[in-house]
Design a protein around this ligand. Sequence first.
Ligand SMILES: [Zn+2]
Length: 309
Amino acid sequence: MEPIAWPDGKRFAFTVFDDPDGQSLSTGHVVYGLLRDLGLRTTKGVWTLPAADVPSEYGITCGEPAALAWFQELQKAGFEIGYHNATLRTSPREDTELALRRFAEFFGDQPITMAQHYDCDENVYWGDERLTGWRRGVYNLATRFANHHKFKGSTEGHPYYWADLCHTRVQYLRNFVFGDINTLKSCPMMPYHDPRTPLVRFWYASSGGANVTAARRLLHEANQDRLEAEGGACILYTHFGHGYVEGGAMDRRVRDLLGRLSRKNGWFAPVATLLTFLRNRGSPHRLTDAERRALEWKWLREKLTSGTA
Ligand SMILES: [Zn+2]
C-alpha cells in the first residue's frame, strides 16, 4: 500500500468511536477530560432518545438535560458527536425519524457518523446480512442462527425500516472490526461504498478494543510504534463505559498508553474528519466482489478465532 501523506506532516492517524454502552456522566467526565488534555479529538457516540421501557443496557442519553449539555460542550471543544441508534433498544421507524430530527436540532444538521448498537433490531444490513455466499452459512452455524434474519432496518415495508433515512442522513457507518491496531491495513479501501448495500453511503472498519482489557492490549507500546512506522490509521472501537474508570479515576495503564500515543507526531482528528480526508484522496471507493469476499473472510476468520465485533 502506498504511504499516505497525512495532514501537517503527521506520521499516522488515531481516533476513536466510543459507543455509549454503560457510560455514566461521571465516567464520561473523567475519560473526556483526559482526551481533551492530551489533545485527542475523537468521536463520542450518543443515543438521542431516552429508552421508553426497560433498556437492555445502561447509559446516558440526550434525554437527560445534563448529559445533552455535556455532549454539546464536547462538540464545541472539537469532539465529533456520532450516532448510536435512536436509543438503547429497538426503535420503530417513527422513533428513528424523531431521533434523527432531534439529533440535527441538538448537534447541527450535518451528515452523521454512526456505529450500530448490537441490540437494536432496526440495524441496517446487519447480522448475517453482513456476509455473502458460503461465509453467511458459516457465520450462522457459528452463531447458532441467533442473527439470522434478525435485523429489519433494511427490509422495506417492515415497521423498523429506516435504510432510506440512513441514506439521507448517515454518511459513514461502521461495519467490520478487526484485531490489528492499523485499521487501514485491514481495510485499505475505507471508506467504501458497497453496491450490494446501496442505502449505506460509506462503510468504515475499526480496530477492537471493546473494553478496557482489550484496549490495553491493542494500544500496547509495540502496536503504537508499528502503527507509526506503517504510517497507518487506527479507528478504535470501544466502550469507555466498560471498565476504564474505577473509583473516579482513569485506568492507569490506558492513561499512560494514551499519553504516550499523544506525544507522537500523530493526527488526532474525529472519525468523520479522518474518513473524509481518506475519501477525498481519490474517487470514492466502490467495493468489488473480490474485495468483499476477502474482507468478509478476513473478518469471519478473526471472529471465529477471537470473537471480534
Ligand atoms: Zn452499543
